[in-house]
Design a protein around this ligand. Structure first.
Ligand SMILES: [Zn+2]
Length: 237
């Protein structure tokens, strides 16, 4: 059974109610969730599920479930086994998620400052990175920091746009990532738009306004192989 992804419409939900629909080897599946599952370079969410008797169980990871469109909430080892049909209250580890939202959105800006195909990437709480298929001599840490900071200062609102598979096929230039193609077949694809700055397919969680990123700095540029020049960033307050 597929899980309704509440964070797709509102990435700022910190709590919600849900009902257990399945318990598998992968974890607990729910009818709806605020927990993002590992994917697209963004790690799965952490948090807590609260049972009706008040018992709190830690969610230590969130992953794709067994069924198409289902999400598995991974409980801490030794947790009691939940029952199908059991109602729960979900509580997100918001501090961690918000840091990931800021970092994730910052990487969208990085992909605009460095104009080259993206060959990899990873969103972390303390650092994030994108790998580019670009000549090393074209990467200047100070220049990238300065230009990305100038974008953040514009304080633009982000927005979610949905297009059909056919519309995406007609605009292949929207896809910057060489390794990850957006999921097709569902009939429509989700895009993140930062008006005047960026538009690309993305299923992750983002801040409402790029000003919330506050600031970023390029901490490292590494040569990771012919098609992988790695640009690492950290957020600054
Ligand atoms: Zn994104």
């Amino acid at each position: 059974m597929s899980t309704q992804l509440l964070f797709r419409d509102d990435a700022y939900l910190k709590t919600a109610t849900a009902t257990v629909t399945a318990v598998t080897d992968k974890g607990v599946e729910l009818d709806q969730t605020i927990f993002y599952a590992t994917g697209g370079g963004q790690p799965g969410d952490h948090g807590v599920v609260v049972r009706q008797n008040g018992e709190r169980l830690s969610v230590v990871d969130t992953r794709k479930g067994e069924g198409l469109g289902s999400i598995a909430h991974v409980l801490a080892p030794g947790s009691v086994r939940l029952e199908v049909g059991e109602p729960l209250v979900l509580e997100l580890d918001w501090e961690r998620r918000y840091a990931l939202m800021r970092m994730h959105t910052a990487l969208h800006l990085l992909s605009c400052v460095v104009v080259a195909p993206v060959s990899g990437g990873n969103v972390g709480v303390d650092k994030g990175r994108l790998d580019f298929d670009i000549d090393m001599s074209l990467l200047d840490a100070e220049k990238i920091t300065r230009e990305a900071s100038a974008l953040i200062a514009r304080g633009v609102d982000t927005r979610t746009v949905w297009i059909t598979d056919e519309e995406l096929d007609a605009k292949p230039e929207l896809v910057k990532t060489m390794s990850v193609q957006p999921p097709r077949g569902a009939g429509r694809v989700r895009l993140l738009e930062i008006p005047g700055i960026d538009l690309q397919p993305c299923g992750g969680t983002h801040v409402r306004n790029i000003g919330e990123i506050k600031g970023l700095v390029v901490t490292k540029i590494k040569n990771e192989g012919k098609r992988n020049r790695r640009v690492e960033i950290a957020l600054v307050e």
